[in-house]
Design a protein around this ligand. Sequence first.
Ligand code: PGA
Length: 250
Amino acid sequence: MQRKALIAANWKMNGSAALVTDMTTALTPLPLDNVDVLVCPPATLLNRFSAERNFALGAQTLSQESRGAFTGELSAELLLEAGATYVIVGHSERRTLNFETDALVAAKLATAVTAGLIPILCIGESLAERQQEKTQQVLARQLDAVYASQPELLAKSVVAYEPIWAIGTGESATPEQAQQTHAFIRQHLAQYDAQAAVGVKLLYGGSVNADNCAALFQQADIDGALVGGASLKPAEFAQICLAVTKGAKD
Ligand code: PGA
């Protein structure tokens, strides 16, 4: 099964109007026919991107509610209006710093799909959990929380495996470690919807850069990347987008 690659930039609480221009300039000349490219800037910058671009936009989170008295929150509808077509859901920083529970992540993902946004569900284990050999248990719990009661959402999702110990540390998972975990994730997802599990894009995230990305993209179950730090450097991010097209698998 051929899955089209997806490379997503997660700017987190970084960037500026100048970076919007620089990123657009870096990506526009690239031949991006064989890869979907996505930039998730802070929501205030979504409107700054021109409609004439060869990449999609996404948000970094959304409210599980659709409107009302939720000061500071942004609904799926508002994000769509600002130009987003994707949204990151359940990033480990939000799970930790904003106390997002598995149940809340499940509700947000359902809200995103209902509104027509493509959710990128982030899952991943901590260093302690990996050392205690609980990686599969943690990932299964995070996936079950979302898909066990709403398996129909899998066909509309992207899933990103982001080991917490690899995020922002400069220490990426090895291609073999990442492939092994991605294979487990795909196999686990098959119990909700076997066909959707074959088609779902699985991204790897955690210290992806221009040097380590090609070996990751060669792995059978890695369909692209969710890139943090390196996505703030337009030339390096452009290189990562091109690397995935070069390593096209059959
Ligand atoms: P990183 O971040 O590439 O800086 O490790 C990835 C992420 O948090 O999505």
